[in-house]
Design a protein around this ligand. Structure first.
Ligand code: GAL
Length: 710
């Protein structure tokens, strides 16, 4: 069984290298348009760019600035995503002259242009005449002009303004060879919107989803507290801020999250459709998602040729302690690449933090090396485009104190700008040496891991955390970091995807499990896959309701346990779990497992009425294995050890990378990056030829070597 799995892991690796297109592609299905990677790679394989706002600077400086970008080694610039007030200064009157001039100057300097649609920042006249285009927040307050992205995406008037502007832009620039591609909107998000427009749109959405009001009542548990409806028109947007101790229906809240994500996706797709109607096939369309977010779901959108995301790793958080706050959140880029890459097989980093930012609670300087390391990390993870936000340090306005590539004088590189530009040249020099036909080393292919991801499941966890100690984000990060400590390549996969491409599959806290998913897992394991499930998995069905049967019913035969219940503790209580002679404190979550014959116990609870019951179990099934990690320990060390042991039990060699040290591979080269505050003394494979960096790998540094291993 491992053979086909290995072969498919290699295929996945080739997708990463841009050799074959991902089968999981969600890009627009217009056969006449080149897709994803092809669109992006039409002119060159790897592109670096920088954001510029001509409207923020005197026109006399534009040419100088574009020339400066080109001289530094950038190949594209990015404009217009907040300039609606200049593009349509008065209702229905468009002015593209200034942008024409800026594009002309950029082109003269040798730069290509990515155009943003400015739908995240409507002009003042719109709020003045049509205040209804603004969203209403959960406190009933209508938002207003002055801050960006405060609109109601469900508002028909706003949608009409968007359609008219984007049509005008697409007609004007759709055949302009200087325009490389489009970014629709900016960091699309689903803000809570309690406006009348949103309520009516929600009612339409519910009608389309459920058909009859009775079906919705059943789905939401309408037999509770007189929350039954007799028509869709009665349904209000569930507003959790109005609920104190009592809870709204979690099923209603889950539908609200789905509705909001669908609304955002349709908003993006409508813009993409307009652009594709008018634009030459060579122009592509994407958007810049805010990293891995709960507010949007890129898999719900079908109009993007590929995905990009924004990345700001240093803004005050200190996850790994010591000086790691200055290197950045360790799981940020690693997870984003794993999440976005499989969607179309191609991805880019549309905004990369250029230096200090202005919006964090604390805004420290990135450690020397960090900016460069993020770029190498993005490149190593398969990015096709890296762009930095922004060229110039603003002198006034909302983003004062936000660094750019250039300092406040507009002509001198900032410290981090220097670093960015050096990395452009270093990565640019290595890029042509990549071998597009190189195969992922068999050691890495053998540990290729799928991380089963569902936006529904994540929303559902957030809606019913059950303990304030539960943090879905940190929980996910703990498991992705554990997987990456083995040196495994990792993709986020969806339930519809082909699991057999991955020798290992992990589904942490996968609360909603349908019978079909449980069956798909069983077949995967029987055919040789190694499945890791964790706390809370299988408690609910696909409708986010409990199974009418034993707790976690659909997974019991699979994990070889009965789940007797679960517990969680106040922070002041004691809870310990022991495994192989070591003990671990836990408070967050404990699934109480009762193993069936043939199931091996790997960890046991030491206290409370379930002392002696299993916390972690594993079993062989067919040609594969299933491991159930029911406990969430305080420091996650037990879970990390268990995850690692799954590979070892399967006879697969793994690495022992410290948390935040990542091993990636691209086109015949291996890359090590270090987000850990400690240096790392790696042992390189025999015959490795180091082409960049040195050992020990200092914090915020990169090591690159040419792989000669098979
Ligand atoms: C991003 C946003 C940009 C800019 C940047 C500042 O999240 O997309 O427009 O505001 O933050 O760091």
């Amino acid at each position: 069984m491992l053979r086909p799995l290995l072969a498919s892991a290699l295929t996945t690796a080739m997708m990463i290298a841009g050799i074959v297109a991902s089968p999981a592609t969600h890009a627009a299905a217009d056969a006449s348009r080149p897709q994803g990677a092809a669109l992006l790679h039409q002119r060159e394989p790897m592109s670096f760019g920088v954001f510029y706002y001509p409207e923020q600077w005197p026109r006399e400086q534009w040419q100088r600035d574009f020339n400066g970008m080109a001289k530094l080694g950038f190949s594209f610039t990015h404009m217009a995503e907040f300039s609606w007030t200049y593009l349509e200064p008065q209702e229905g009157q468009f002015d593209f002259k200034w942008l024409d001039a800026a594009i002309e100057m950029a082109s003269k300097a040798g730069l290509r242009v990515i155009l943003g649609t400015p739908t995240g920042a409507p002009p003042a006249w719109m709020g003045e005449h049509y205040p209804e285009v603004y969203r209403v927040d959960e406190h009933g307050q209508r938002h207003e002009h002055g801050i960006r992205a405060e609109v109601s995406l469900s508002n028909a008037k706003y949608q009409a303004f968007v359609t008219r502007l984007v049509t005008a832009m697409a007609e004007h620039y759709g055949h302009d060879p200087r325009v490389w591609g489009w970014q629709v909107d900016n960091e699309p998000s689903s803000f809570a919107d309690f406006s009348d427009s949103a309520r009516q749109a929600f009612q339409r959405w519910l009608r389309a989803r459920y058909g009859t009001i009775d079906a919705m009542n059943t789905a939401w548990g309408g037999s509770f507290w007189s929350t039954r409806y007799t028509s869709f028109e009665q349904v209000l947007l569930p507003n959790a801020t109005l609920a104190a101790e009592d809870k709204l229906s979690p099923n209603a809240l889950l539908d609200l999250a789905r509705f909001q994500a669908d609304t955002t996706a349709s908003f993006l797709d409508a813009q993409a459709a307009i652009i594709k109607k008018y634009a030459a096939p060579a122009q592509w369309v994407t958007t810049n998602y805010t990293n891995v977010s709960t507010a949007t779901d890129p898999r719900r959108s079908h109009g993007m040729d590929f995905t990009t995301f924004t990345l700001y790793p240093v803004a005050g958080a200190n996850i790994l302690g010591g000086d790691s706050y200055a290197i950045g959140k360790p799981a940020n880029l690693m997870e984003a690449a794993a999440y976005f890459r499989p969607i179309t097989g191609t991805f880019g980093v549309m905004e990369l933090q250029p230096g200090q930012v202005n919006w964090g609670e604390i805004n420290p300087q990135p450690m020397p090396g960090a900016v460069s390391m993020w770029m190498w990390h993005a490149f190593a993870s398969g990015a096709s485009l890296i762009s930095t936000y922004r060229y110039r340090h603003p002198l006034r306005g909302s983003e004062m104190y936000h660094e750019g590539i250039m300092g406040t004088d507009g002509v001198t590189l900032s410290r981090t700008g220097h670093e960015f530009v050096d990395a452009v040249h270093e990565i640019g020099a290595l890029e042509p040496k990549l071998d597009a036909r190189a195969r992922l080393p068999s050691t890495m292919a053998a540990r290729y891991t799928g991380y089963l991801w569902s936006q529904d499941v994540f929303w559902d966890l957030e809606i019913q955390p059950q303990t304030t100690l539960w943090n879905s984000w940190a929980y996910r990060n703990g498991y992705t970091l554990a997987v990456k400590s083995t040196g495994a390549p990792m993709d986020f996969v969806g339930e519809q995807d082909d699991f057999s491409r991955y020798p290992f599959l992990i589904a942490p806290a996968y609360q909603m499990v349908s019978k079909a998913l449980a069956e798909k897992w069983r077949r995967y394991v029987e055919q040789g896959g190694h499945l890791i499930l964790t706390s809370r998995t299988g408690q609910k069905n696909e409708a986010a309701q409990f199974h009418e049967g034993p707790w976690a019913q659909p997974i019991l035969d699979l994990i070889g346990d009965d789940v007797e219940g679960f517990d969680m503790l106040p922070a002041s209580a004691n809870g310990t779990v022991s495994s192989g002679g070591s003990t671990h404190a836990w408070h967050r979550w404990a699934d109480i497992l009762s193993p069936r014959p043939g199931t091996e116990v790997l960890a046991t609870y030491s206290d409370h009425y379930y002392a002696g019951k299993a916390a972690v179990t594993t079993r062989r099934l067919g040609k594969g294995s299933v491991t159930m990690i029911g406990v969430s320990t305080d420091d996650g060390v037990l879970e990390r050890d268990i995850v690692r042991s799954v590979y070892q039990r399967a006879g697969i060699a793994i690495e022992d990378l410290p948390t935040g040290v990542f091993h990636e591979w691209r086109g015949g080269y291996s890359f090590l990056v270090n987000y850990n505050p400690q240096p790392y003394q790696a042992t390189l494979p025999q015959g490795a030829q180091v082409v960049h960096g040195r050992l020990p790998l200092a914090p915020a540094q990169v090591l690159v070597w040419k792989d000669t291993a098979p």
